[in-house]
Design a protein around this ligand. Structure first.
Ligand code: BGC
Length: 383
């Protein structure tokens, strides 16, 4: 696996365990049979890093279910998966579900009826696909949970994601370092905006940050002026920017209209950070806060360059796609499947063997190296 970009990148998390060096394997589920015919050649372009090379492709049909086209990252994930699977000789059935659970359910059922050999699913709501997962299990089709864990089901064979808790700790550590919380007197004012309660990742992001920041809140160095510190109070259904924006507007008008400064707005990802940034632009004249994010979406990267967002966490969707394509090949050939975590991700029914890719700290100082030099974006896209 090519890890130059990750290796070079500045990462605040100290436990920089390089994934290539920490993989375990579990035997592949026996469920699906490789498709008989060989596939059409692979016309897709090679992505800039970690093409799905090492595993021989047996061919077959792969159903890829993505949650929505509304948020930038899923378009990239879908594109990468399609390219890499096609390049490895698979037939790809890629569907986006418009953030509608029923649509995703019927799309996955159609994939099963259309003869998928493996399913790769990024759920809208982790616990809402039970029926389709049962169907997949009865049909002997292995299921890979993509980025978001599929909950309350024993039909999930593997999980591939980024280290979600680490995303939160990178954000939390950034706040600690930026404010020099161990030495500064404070207090500093902080607000939190978390993700979608239906997405199992959202709690990991929030807890990763909160576990680091809580001692400073308890010591009075960080003051949550709104008093909203529980995940359910700060969550953002569907991760929508507009939802985050309107909650931020309410907080600003209720608690900061008297000229109180907000020093930090801890946002779990870029779409929610964007909402907060819009609210601040329209309703706030105090000192501009530290704002965290995740994904390095184009709009947010522009905002980092313009000083309107302090940091993001880069999760190279090409790396995840490569890993999943490799998993598909390993499953279909009956080889051992690369995993590096067999303990963390219990979905309420089983603990799902997982491969966690490493998230990387990003800001205005290192975005060129991470995003442009690696070919993730062109310079024009960030103008
Ligand atoms: C992903 C994040 C993303 C969020 C909203 C999460 O499941 O892990 O990268 O920002 O969904 O799309």
């Amino acid at each position: 696996m090519k890890r130059q970009v990750l290796k070079k990148a500045m990462c605040f998390a100290t436990a920089a365990v390089l994934l290539a060096g920490c993989g375990n394997s579990t035997p592949a589920e026996p469920a699906a049979q490789p498709a008989e015919e060989t596939q059409a050649e692979a016309p897709a372009e090679e992505t800039a890093e970690a093409p799905a090379e090492e595993v021989a492709s047996p061919g077959g049909r792969v159903g890829v279910s993505m949650p929505t086209k509304d948020l930038q990252r899923w378009n990239q994930d879908g594109d990468n998966m399609q390219k890499e699977l096609a390049a490895a000789g698979y037939e790809v059935d890629l569907q986006y579900a418009s953030n509608d659970v029923q649509t995703q359910l019927s799309q996955v059922e159609n994939m099963i009826n259309d003869g998928a050999d493996v399913l790769v699913i990024a759920a809208i709501e982790g616990s809402s696909l039970g029926e389709a997962l049962d169907m997949a299990k009865s049909a002997g089709i292995p299921v890979i949970a993509y980025d978001r864990l599929l909950m309350n089901s024993d039909a999930v064979s593997y999980y591939a994601t980024f280290d979600n808790y680490m995303v939160g700790t990178v954000q939390g550590q950034y706040v600690i370092d930026s404010l020099d919380l161990d030495n500064a007197d404070g207090p500093f004012n902080i607000e939190f905006t978390a993700g979608d309660p239906g997405d199992n990742n959202a709690g990991y992001f929030f807890n990763g940050a909160m576990d680091l920041l809580k001692p400073y809140i308890e010591a009075g160095k960080l003051n949550v002026v709104s008093g909203q510190t529980e995940f359910n109070d700060v969550a953002t259904p569907t991760w929508a920017s507009e939802v985050a924006q309107s909650r931020a507007e309410n907080i600003l008008s209720s608690f900061y209209a008297d000229g109180t400064n907000v020093d930090v707005w801890l946002c779990s990802n870029d779409s929610t950070a964007l909402g907060v940034e819009n609210a601040l632009a329209a309703n706030y004249t105090g000192t501009y806060p530290i704002i965290t994010g995740q994904d390095c979406d184009i709009e947010n990267t522009k905002n980092m360059i313009a000083g309107k967002q302090s940091m993001s966490v880069f999760k190279d969707t090409r790396t995840l796609a490569s890993q999943v394509v490799k998993m598909v090949g390993q499953i279909l050939t009956g080889a051992d499947v690369d995993v590096n975590d067999t303990e963390t991700y219990n979905n309420g029914t089983i603990t799902v063997p997982s491969f966690l890719c490493e998230p990387v700290f990003a800001d205005a100082n290192n975005y060129k190296e991470l995003l442009i030099d690696s070919g993730y974006y062109t310079e024009d896209q960030l103008q």
